[in-house]
Design a protein around this ligand. Sequence first.
Ligand code: SF4
Length: 290
Amino acid sequence: MSEHLLHEPILDWYDAHARELPWRGPSASAWSVMVSEFMLQQTPVARVLPVHERWLVRWPTAAALATEPAGEAVRAWGRLGYPRRALRLHASAVAIAEQHGGEVPDSYDDLRALPGVGDYTAAAIAVFAHTRRHAVLDTNVRRVLARTLDGVEFPPAAVSTAERLRSTDLLPHDAATAATWSVGLMELGALVCTSQRPRCEDCPVSDQCAWRAGGYPAYDGPVRRGQIWNGTDRQCRGRLLAVVREADGPVPQQQLDAVWPDAGQRTRCLTSLVEDGLVVRTDAGHFALP
Ligand code: SF4
C-alpha cells in the first residue's frame, strides 16, 4: 500500500513539530546517524545530546574511532547506561574501517552483519542515513500503530512476522517519504502518544485512533518489564564501572568495595563486567578499562 489515511496527518504534524536534532537533516553524516542510533536505543534524547556532540567532535568518522582502544569508547560513553553498546559501536567502527573503507555501509544486509547491529538498528541506519525503504519498528512506532490500528494500548513484547509485513505494507511508496513517515511515527510516539500519558487532544490522528474510539480499553497482555533500578545488578555495575572509568589509572579492589555494600552482588557484577570486556584485571590484580 502506498497511501494510507494516517500518512498525511502524521507527515504534516512532523513537518510542523519535529525537534531539530543533530543526527537529523541533510547535513548529518551516516556516522552521526549510526552513533545516535546506538545511543538512543535505551537512553532519552536529552541525555544523548551532549555525549553525541562530544563523540562526533572527537571521532568524526568510524575510522577515527577504530584507531583507539575500546576502553576509550567506554570512557566517552560516560553515564549513558548499558555500556556494552559502547563496545559494540567500537567493534562496528573497526569492521567499517577494515571492510568498508571507513564508510558506513548503506545496505541493510551489510549493516546487519556488523558486530552488535540488530534488526532495528540496521533498518534505522539504512533509512535515516541512506534513505533506503525499510520498516523501522522501534517501541514508539509499535505503540502508535498498536493504538491507532489495533485498538490496544501496547503491542506484544516481540515483533511478529505479521506486524513486520503490515509495517512494510504501510510505508509510503517513495523512499524519502517513507523515511519521513517512520521518523514522524517515532516522534509522535515520543512527544504525543507517550507510553503512560498520551496527549490525545494534540494528536493529528485522534479521529482515526481505534484505541481511543474503543474507550481506551485497559491493557490485558503479559506483565510488562518494569523500570526497577535501586539495588539491581544494573545499578551496581554502573557504580563499579563509573569508578574505573573516572580513575586516572588502574583501580585497586578496595576502591570498588567502597561504592557497593553487598559483597556477593559486588563480586558477581564485577565478574560480569570483566566477562563482558568492559573492565580488565591487570597483572597487579587491579581493574582498568580495556
Ligand atoms: Fe495515541 Fe491518543 Fe493519538 Fe490514539 S489519539 S494515537 S492514543 S495520542
